[in-house]
Design a protein around this ligand. Structure first.
Ligand code: IFM
Length: 456
């Protein structure tokens, strides 16, 4: 017999999505293209040359989607705003049709007893902004965007996330070329990262000026990093990956500086000329480190590092070992719930955030409806159960985790993987747009209702 673990009374139980991954209607309602429209229409960038033109057609089915969320019993919903729907030129002119769309969505949530958690940036910067995140002006355009959103939605939205996974919007997009705009230049990756972090700070300041009681945070996805062996070089390489990818984003937010060892490594790699790169202006680090109300953590898997070389290799692309074949999701990501506990402990010990929200966690499995229209989905349930156990243990260990947002409410456009990966609790038939809750959707509804689960 397992003991039932009850989560704290006010624990937030939600699901998450993002605008480009679900909305579709990319040329409707006054929306202009984002870098993802441009990128996904470039041949060869996305699996099967798919794109988000239609996605889950949520732009038209939003009411039905919120109703389904309500029926399933979920209490909070993390969604993102498409910047090009609100400011079609990136800054300046506002688009009332876009604002109205999100007003309706938010009102529907509130009427359905679902708390809105609003993400400002989940990767769809308007193409009208020249050079996107390479241009410092984009950070000030983002400040304006956050102000329009605060003015338009702040009377009803209390919880805000500024930037989702800045490492993906910078390194993955500008250094490694896998995401929009598809550039492969490590220096540009650092420039984009800095402008994203600056945007975060500017947005916190702006929203707080309008709504001092709003709770605001950033959603980071630090890797849970491990050395494979106890060898000195394995520890070194794991530490370096930790510093250059995780702390590059969290140190500026919590400590107001980039990690010195990582700056040094970038100088040695020839990416930076010195420790004072031109893209950091005086006063930037103070803006970036403006205090926040919570830390959002997105967690899916871990990274394991190993090298046979006796000399420390140069880590400029963080090549971790492949996941074991018998223990991975369909993304090829290792299933490692202990990594979530370890990561929560690490960020809590290092940064002492007043509060942590798991802003994403979930798994990709392609179970489809059987002959009776049922979707059993056992592996997702097992994955979620194990990760919620890790969250429960973190809370028991005194780590202030206050909410969990499961990725994702429904199957959607998985970026470079197109529609091949299904992270949803709700199955989407992309031909008919029919939504079918999987067994995991009901399972999660029960966890929410019980406010807990059997602890193993
Ligand atoms: O789908 C993405 C999401 O947009 C950002 N975090 C990871 C998810 C799964 O890859």
């Amino acid at each position: 017999m397992y003991d039932f673990y009850e989560f704290p009374k006010d624990f937030k139980w939600g699901t998450a999505t993002s605008s480009y991954q679900i909305e579709g209607a990319v040329d409707q309602g006054g929306r202009t293209p984002s870098i993802w429209d441009e990128f996904s229409h470039r041949a060869g960038t996305i699996r099967n040359n798919e794109n988000g033109d239609v996605a889950c057609d949520h732009y038209h089915r939003w009411k039905e989607d919120i109703q389904l969320m309500k029926q399933l019993g979920y209490k909070a919903y993390r969604f993102s705003i498409a910047w090009p729907r609100i400011l079609p030129d990136g800054s300046g002119r506002t688009n009332q049709q876009g604002i109205d769309f999100y007003n309706r969505l938010i009102d529907e949530m509130l009427q359905s007893d679902i708390e809105p958690y609003l993400t400002l940036y989940h990767w769809d910067i308007p193409t009208k902004l020249k050079d996107a995140w390479l241009n410092r002006d984009s950070a000030y355009a983002f400040e304006e965007f956050s102000d329009v959103c605060a003015r338009s939605f702040g009377d009803r939205v209390k919880s805000w996330m500024t930037i989702n996974e800045p490492i993906c919007a910078s390194f993955l997009s500008y250094t490694w070329g896998h995401h929009a705009p598809g550039l492969s230049d490590p220096y540009q990756g650092l420039v984009a990262a800095h402008h994203l972090l600056l945007s975060h700070g500017l947005a916190v300041k702006t929203i707080r000026a309008r709504y001092p009681d709003a709770e605001i945070g950033i959603a980071l996805n630090p890797a849970s990093v491990y050395p494979l062996t106890d060898s000195k070089v394995d520890h070194q390489i794991a530490n370096q990956a930790e510093t250059m990818q995780n702390r590059w984003f969290s140190d500026p937010v919590y400590k107001g500086s980039y990690p010195v060892e990582a700056v040094q490594a970038y100088i040695e790699l020839g990416v930076l000329k010195n420790e004072n790169p031109d893209f950091i202006h005086s006063g930037d680090m103070e803006i970036i480190s403006i205090p926040t109300d919570f830390l959002g953590i997105n967690y899916y898997t871990r990274q394991v590092y190993h090298t046979d070389e006796s000399e420390m290799p140069s880590v400029d692309h963080f090549k971790s070992l492949p996941a074991p074949l018998d223990n991975q999701t369909e993304m090829g990501w290792e299933i490692f719930p202990q990594g979530l506990f370890d990561l929560l402990k690490k960020v809590n010990d290092e940064y002492h955030p007043q509060k942590i929200l798991i802003t994403e966690n979930g798994a990709s499995y392609s179970y489809a409806p059987d002959n009776f229209g049922k979707i059993e989905d056992p592996k997702r349930i097992e994955y979620l159960d194990m990760h919620l156990q890790a969250v429960a243990k973190a809370i028991q260990a005194g780590i202030p985790v206050k909410g969990y947002f499961l990725w994702s409410f429904m199957d959607n456009f998985e970026w470079a993987q197109g529609y091949s990966q299904r992270f949803g609790l709700v199955y989407v038939d992309y031909k008919t747009q029919k939504r079918t809750p999987k067994a995991s959707a009901y399972w999660y509804g029960k966890v929410v209702k019980d406010n807990g689960l059997a602890l193993k």
